[in-house]
Design a binder for this molecule. Sequence first.
Ligand code: GAP
Length: 447
Amino acid sequence: MRGREVTETDQANTVDMDEIVSLCKRRGFIFQSSEIYGGLAGAWDYGPLGVEMKNNIKRAWWKAIVQERDDMVGMDAAILMHPRVWVASGHVETFADPMVDCRNCQARLRADEVEGETCPNCGAVGQFTDARMFNLLFKTFAGAVEDEASVVYLRPETAQGMFVNFENVLTSSRKKLPFGMAQIGKSFRNEVNPRHFIFRTREFEQMEVEFFVRPEEAPKWHEYWMQERLNWYLKLGVRPEFLRLKAHAKEDLAHYAAACSDVEYLFPMGWLELEGIANRQDFDLQQHSKASGVNLSYFDEEKGEHVVPFIIEPSAGVDRPLLAFIVDAYRQEEVRGEKRVLLKLHPSLAPVKVAVLPLSRNERLVPTAREVWSLLRPHFMTAYDDAQSIGRRYRRQDEIGTPLCVTVDFDTLEDEAVTIRERDSMEQARVPVAGLVEALRERLPAP
Ligand code: GAP
């Protein structure tokens, strides 16, 4: 294990997950999928604030991984791929979880999550069937005929779309080793037990890097990416004592990996994986070369030899990090005898950056407040709120993590200045409307 050495007993995350789920629903971050029909297990919908935050996470990742680097390129592959991809990758054969059924209540549970002989669903003892392997691939049919020949899978990871395009990307981008591809997109797994809100779902998003290196350099690059990815979460404000890198035991490694470490976050449910950083060796390129007959090697001009690169894969979800960012930012404070709920999100992740709040709905204030709002909309994701007292409105913005509020009051009509109120310190500063965009920008650090 690398990074901070934190043991299970060092601390606990005491945030109440029910409060997080309730805040997410109440404020429009996340809703149960198809709620009006009773919901669909393992699927969630992102509301107006949730989609903003999700986009912010993806933007921050893309900026750090693609935009700011000279050794990475992006891509966006189709979700549906040739079914032979998943045979070559090993998913058709081995992408399975061991599962037991309870004979008493018919619940289907992951064998590795059941402790002892007692069913966590109905309490029956000794009623489990033997464990059977359950393949997690979602199957469907392409075209009008529903037969074996038209079976396609919804991808369970974005990674394979990059491996099968190795040759295309190498030739078109003219990159040299070491270099990487990055992709963000939906993946699907027929999880036996979707649970912990958006932590384990059947449809989710991934942000994956496939970094191609000379085989002898793989351990060095594996180390590098572990630190790089841990630092990404730290830079986005996650508290270091709630993050750690945890190496997989040999027997827990996926079929393709020589080594893998997870970035874990200490959720209220315990330490859980946000992303895995694996050394996939040359497994995928070799498999696809063999199965397709296309040589997926790299010609090293300096050394005058062909090599099949090893792949270092930092593979993150979007949903799990989003949950970790919210849980980590959640605070309850007392301010002048009143409870204040606060999401102390990094400004680059906050769904709304600036809220414009007229002191009241007074007819003289509203046109000026709306003008200020128009001035800001091209530059920032904003909100406008004039309902209820100014104190209540500050609290509403605190609860969704809005870093800055701009208050328009009666003095504004005279001095053409407004008040900027900062979320965490609650400090206020008076600034001229003429310099407002710059003043706000200065207070909103990039990741
Ligand atoms: N290409 C390698 C790969 O897919 P993984 O550890 O199976 O590795 C990577 O998945 C990340 O994708 C996980 O760390 C997690 O953040 C996210 N993920 C995987 N399964 C998920 C699920 N059922 N629900 C939500 N996120 C999931």
